[in-house]
Design a binder for this molecule. Structure first.
Ligand code: SAH
Length: 371
């Protein structure tokens, strides 16, 4: 056969990959008006329609074009685990065979969905089990918003998701464009319509991306701090070596000025004997002195191969009191979904590691063993 006659069918365009700003030029390129973007968003996200034939305010020829060239494709839910406290964890399979995890956390007055942004994580925070999985790739916008789309569909209209936190697997700000587009969809009145106070991006401190974010997307920000001085933070959150605390605090101060909450939430995992002394608490007070802050102390959640222990209850309370007495609003996070490994830092999915981290870890374990 003449190879020129074999033409591969081009891949279908996943319409979940675009926010409104992305859909408008797509439709204009087809000779349509930009408002087709809002019509399509409403069909997909508000009416839950996936069959193009049912999108009756689009012309027949446009529907035909969409049918032939486009798709509305989400990851596939392959497992569901329900914890005794009502927390629900879904494993979702992507088209390339990796698995990511999404967690639904119902509370009295709100319901939060914790969403993954990458398959695995390229950062090597020493106390986080996602980090042990290594890294495969960034999730597409469709795979990120698809987690919310699927979860809400399963939960139904009586159990509306009111808050989203980008605190699942991965470092959201290292997948900047796709995460921003997905967060735009979360906040778009024609899609999920969540307020910007209810969409939170959590970062380990990717300073240049934090600075850029303020210009393009107005969401609440949480920073995984975990240590009040560089020497310790270099060990716990190694990206600190690249973007040390003075740079991080500058970025926080700037973001707080324009961000919707006018403060930054700092996450601080409580590690017994590592970062939980009164001296650490005082150093933290000093560090946050001129940054509008709230602090969220997270009890460390253990996982296999972790060498850390959670701080003692009394130590956590004393740590909180020191911050509190210095005028910093401080909460101790209630651990949720522990019995199904759905708590912070316990999301692992199934990652075809491309960073070869697991090999390095195995080698290190072997060496230790030999020694
Ligand atoms: N990479 C982003 C998003 C992950 S958010 C970030 O670092 O912010 C997940 C939160 O849980 C982070 O604050 C992370 O530091 C914290 N965490 C990770 N492992 C944990 C563990 N074993 N116990 C408690 N919290 C953990």
């Amino acid at each position: 056969m003449n190879s020129a006659t074999v033409s591969a069918k081009p891949a279908l365009i996943n319409l979940l990959d675009f926010d409104r700003k992305g859909l408008q030029p797509f439709f204009v390129g087809l000779g349509e008006k930009p408002f087709r973007a809002t019509q399509l968003l409403k069909w997909i996200y508000q009416e839950g329609v996936t069959d193009f034939d049912e999108m009756t305010n689009l012309s027949k020829s446009l529907r035909q074009y969409l049918k032939e060239n486009c798709t509305i494709s989400t990851p596939e839910i392959v497992a569901e685990q329900l914890a005794t406290d009502g927390t629900c964890k879904w494993a979702m399979q992507t088209h390339c065979g990796n698995r990511i995890e999404t967690v639904y956390i119902p509370e009295e007055k709100r319901a939060t969905l914790c969403i993954s942004s990458q398959v695995g994580c390229a950062l090597a925070c020493s106390f986080c089990s996602t980090a042990q999985q290594g890294f495969n790739r960034n999730l597409s916008t469709g795979e990120i918003i698809g987690q919310l789309y699927l979860a809400q569909k399963l939960l139904g209209p009586d159990r509306r998701i009111t808050n989203v936190v980008m605190m699942g697997m991965g470092e959201p700000l290292l997948n900047f464009d796709n995460v921003v587009a997905a967060m735009n969809l979360m906040m778009d009145d024609f899609a999920f319509g969540l307020s910007k106070r209810r969409v939170t991006v959590s970062t380990s401190g990717v300073v240049p991306a934090m600075n850029r974010l303020g210009d393009v997307c107005d969401v609440s920000m949480a920073v995984s701090l975990h240590a009040p001085y560089n020497e310790l933070r270099d060990q716990l959150v190694p990206i600190n070596i690249k973007y040390p605390l003075d740079q991080l605090m500058d970025a926080c101060r700037e973001y707080a000025k324009t961000g919707p909450r006018k403060h930054i939430t700092f996450e601080y995992v409580m590690l017994d004997g590592i970062n939980d002394s009164q001296d650490d608490a005082r150093k933290l007070v000093k560090l946050l002195k001129d940054v509008p802050s709230k602090v969220n102390l997270i009890p460390f959640n253990p996982f296999p191969q972790s060498n850390y222990r959670c701080s003692k209850k009394a130590t956590m309370l004393a740590f909180r009191d020191t911050l509190h007495n210095a005028g910093i609003i401080t909460t101790i996070r209630k651990t949720r979904g522990e019995d199904i490994d759905a708590a912070c830092g316990q999301l692992v999915g199934q990652v075809k590691d491309k960073s070869r981290r697991h090999l390095k870890l195995q080698a290190a374990a072997g060496n230790n063993h030999a020694a």
